[in-house]
Design a binder for this molecule. Structure first.
Ligand SMILES: [Zn+2]
Length: 200
């Protein structure tokens, strides 16, 4: 995948969620760990002190934990200051973050003009097993098309502020816009190449 590939598309192809999910989970795990700690332990005493300060409007580590729990609809965990099963809760919490992340990703892919073609071929953050089965060269070319990492007139014209309707295919006379759809399925000049690659 090229270096200039859109971040959202790259994440979609590699099946990766944003790293902030791990970053958000760690303090929550520590918060739950603190709740099980003996009241005489120094970290617990510090926590109680910060908890009281937070109640009086001082922004500190507790405020951030509280905000994360409430913003992800787990405010009850803050109010109860703990959960029964930490492992089960953390699985739920992480899944909630992934779901929100996927929703944000889908909204971006669906609304961005740069991802217009990608949104038609992919709707989930995951590795496509079928693409992995292709040879390296074919996989590279295929991903270049899917990920808009190409030099077709549609993309080149965008950088040159050319009106979309003028970004036509230069190798045939069909007056079609030279976009991914045109290369993969329409342009008659590429019919021979297409016949050798695409399944019947
Ligand atoms: Zn053409």
């Amino acid at each position: 995948m090229g270096q200039k590939t859109n971040n959202h598309i790259a994440r979609g192809e590699y099946g990766r969620h944003e790293l902030y999910i791990n970053y958000v989970c760690k303090p929550i795990i520590y918060f739950l760990h603190l709740q099980c700690m003996d009241n005489s332990r120094l970290p617990k005493l510090c926590y109680r002190m910060m908890f009281k300060m937070n109640e009086h409007g001082r922004i500190n580590w507790c405020s951030k934990v509280q905000r994360q729990l409430f913003s992800n609809e787990f405010g009850v965990v803050w109010e109860n200051q703990g959960v029964g099963d930490t492992k089960l809760f953390m699985n739920l919490f992480k899944q909630r973050l992934k779901d929100i992340n996927l929703q944000t990703w889908s909204d971006y892919i669906g609304n961005s003009s740069k991802c217009a073609f990608y949104s038609k071929v992919k709707d989930y953050v995951c590795i496509n097993e079928n693409i992995q089965k292709l040879s390296y060269n074919l996989r590279y070319e295929f991903l270049s098309i899917i990920c808009s990492n190409h030099k077709l007139a549609l993309k080149k014209g965008r950088h040159e502020n050319q009106p979309r309707e003028n970004r036509l295919c230069k190798i045939c006379n069909t007056n079609e816009i030279e976009d991914e759809f045109n290369v993969v399925l329409v342009c008659p000049i590429l019919a021979d190449i297409r016949r050798n690659i695409l399944p019947k």
